[in-house]
Design a protein around this ligand. Structure first.
Ligand SMILES: CC(C)(COP(=O)(O)OP(=O)(O)OC[C@H]1O[C@@H](n2cnc3c(N)ncnc32)[C@H](O)[C@@H]1OP(=O)(O)O)[C@@H](O)C(=O)NCCC(=O)NCCS
Length: 243
């Protein structure tokens, strides 16, 4: 297996727009149930992004597992979080995926649960402050409102992606209340408090994977070193190691 220790995590950034053709090559590795999901998309663009993201997910995980992408099998947790199915589960490799406006982040860790989220800053949302008031913890809402107007959009999405990355690491996704924990809004990502558990047991990082995007990765272990890997198709195809 490629070098991935329990105190390190990798976040792969994949441009799904630029890589569509390559994504189609990788699409041949998708399973029948993944194709069924792909065919449910109404818009071709969304279908192509899903197919490319799954193709890359398989190619990247196969590098760590040293197998062929099409050999991998997934199972899904109670709230839909994908994980490697038997016999690949014995590796203890954990992963999570997020995509927004043509960019995918694929986060990989060893043994520790991991969650990742990315959003494009131009994403249309209704009234940001109304959403924050309804869903964020009271302290987050207050800090957002206190910011100058021009800083609010970035702070809103930084907060949102941190919260979603955390809940994706936990595995509940948005079925769990966003008010049960609080994160920072500034450039430095920080878990400020959680209702259950200990904030010291977590690593939370701010990501700016490409111009116009913000994201976050959460890992259920303290002081994990995160390496951003910009995707290179030849690395995936030649099955070179991750350095
Ligand atoms: C997980 C969730 C937060 C994703 O939000 P999003 O911003 O729309 O999408 P993202 O691109 O960031 O993430 C999607 C990926 O997260 C992963 N995912 C799905 N459910 C997940 C969960 N409960 N926990 C962690 N990751 C999850 C999948 O890999 C998914 O990619 P896929 O659609 O290609 O399979 C949201 O869908 C959610 O809260 N789901 C749980 C509740 C639910 O609706 N379940 C229905 C299925 S049982």
């Amino acid at each position: 297996m490629d070098r991935l220790q329990t105190d390190t995590a990798h976040v792969w950034a994949v441009d799904l727009e630029r890589e569509t053709f390559e994504g189609h090559m990788l699409a041949e590795t998708l399973s029948a149930d993944e194709w069924m999901r792909a065919d449910r998309f109404v818009f071709e663009k969304h279908r192509a992004h899903f197919v490319a993201a799954r193709g890359y997910l398989r190619a990247i995980l196969a590098k760590y597992m040293q197998c062929k992408p099409g050999e991998l099998a997934f199972f899904y947790g109670e709230h839909g979080k994908p994980a490697l199915a038997s016999p690949w589960d014995k590796s203890q490799l954990r992963f999570n995926l997020s995509h927004s406006a043509g960019l995918a982040l694929i986060a990989v860790s060893m043994r520790q649960e991991i969650g990742v989220d990315v959003e494009h800053l131009n994403r249309k949302v209704g009234q940001m402050k109304d959403i924050a008031k309804r869903f964020f913890a009271p302290g987050e809402y207050e800090r957002l409102c206190a910011l100058p107007r021009e800083e609010q959009r970035r702070a809103f999405f930084s907060c949102w992606t941190r919260k979603e990355a955390y809940l994706k690491a936990v595995g509940t996704g948005l079925t769990h209340s966003l008010k049960n924990f609080e994160v920072s809004l500034g450039r430095k990502a920080k878990l400020l408090w959680i209702k259950e558990g200990n904030i010291e047991d977590w690593t939370l990082l701010h990501l700016e994977p490409a111009e116009g995007y913000v994201g976050s990765v959460a890992i259920a272990k303290k002081d994990v070193e995160v390496k951003i890997v910009k995707h290179l198709l030849r690395d995936l195809c030649l099955n070179k190691g991750v350095n």
